[in-house]
Design a protein around this ligand. Sequence first.
Ligand code: MAN
Length: 356
Amino acid sequence: MKNDLADRFEQNPILRPVDLRPSTPGMEVTCLLNPGVFRFQDKVWLVVRVAERPVQSPGITSFPILTSDGRMEVLEFNSSDPRLDLSDPRVISFDGRDYLTTLSHLRLLWSDDGIAFAEAADRRPLMGTGELETYGIEDCRVGRIDGTWCLTYTQVSDHGVGVGLRSTRDWKEFTHQGMILPPHNKDCALFEERIGGKYYALHRPSSPELGGNYIWLAESPDLVHWGRHRCLAHSRAGYWDSARVGAGAAPIRTSAGWLAIYHGANRESRYCLGALLLDLKEPWRVLARSEEPIMEPLARYEREGFFGQVIFTNGHILDGDRLTLYYGAADSVICAAHLSIQRILASLAPAEGAKA
Ligand code: MAN
């Protein structure tokens, strides 16, 4: 407990699956996950990932996919078929092919106090579209750049998992910019200002055979074309983040550097949060990093659920020193906590000791 810096909302979980209606009759909302967060029209908004599946019938495993022209189709397997592997609640493996147990879309919710959220009646849900999103869209980060809202999110299909970009100025009309980082890549967080005239993004390609699931930095002249990739942070053997690391929401500008909250998981898929501090002018230089998690699954709603032992964030708002972090807990419900930027900064170890 001593390292956990988060002051959790006593109202947690602030959103549960029963709070939202399924998008289509016959479906159930299975989980609410990992919201993007932004301030707009004096309100706090969440871009919630809603994961759905058909109401399950005994002996049958069914799951939805989208056709590339946007229709929902339900696939079914006999649950006792020996070719079926259901050992991970998130994935269905059948005869060597992987599908997702749920199909995710994104929904807009707003709040006056940042605690009680309601679905925005006049905003349409964001659904997967086209052949790169047939297994849905997930884990949206929101960045405000030059007055435009940029949504970077995970696109999932049988082609693989990559990063998509949509942009909007009013949260009603969206421009689809397509896949900006090809498979396998996710966890893309844009810096909200240019550095030396360039846009920057943190992202997480996976190179499982040689390398791993590491946080990288890329630069771009236009937010669509990304290059000059550099690896910033490895997973660390023997640490809480030994198996994978991935960026949270947009890095936060502080006088000490860019503070980037990230998630890290170990081999047991226990997801905690830590932080990286990056040089303000040369963000490829890692100045400091968490040795211990700044937040870890301690509360019951973080330890138990659809996929337990998970704290996953990709959204926050900032008021001076106070960070309000929104996060998915146990891949089931949405929660929030306050953290102090100064306390996070004080907890970091200089990069020499950070085993980047
Ligand atoms: C992956 C993503 C996240 C999810 C975690 C934990 O990183 O699919 O959306 O929250 O795994 O299951």
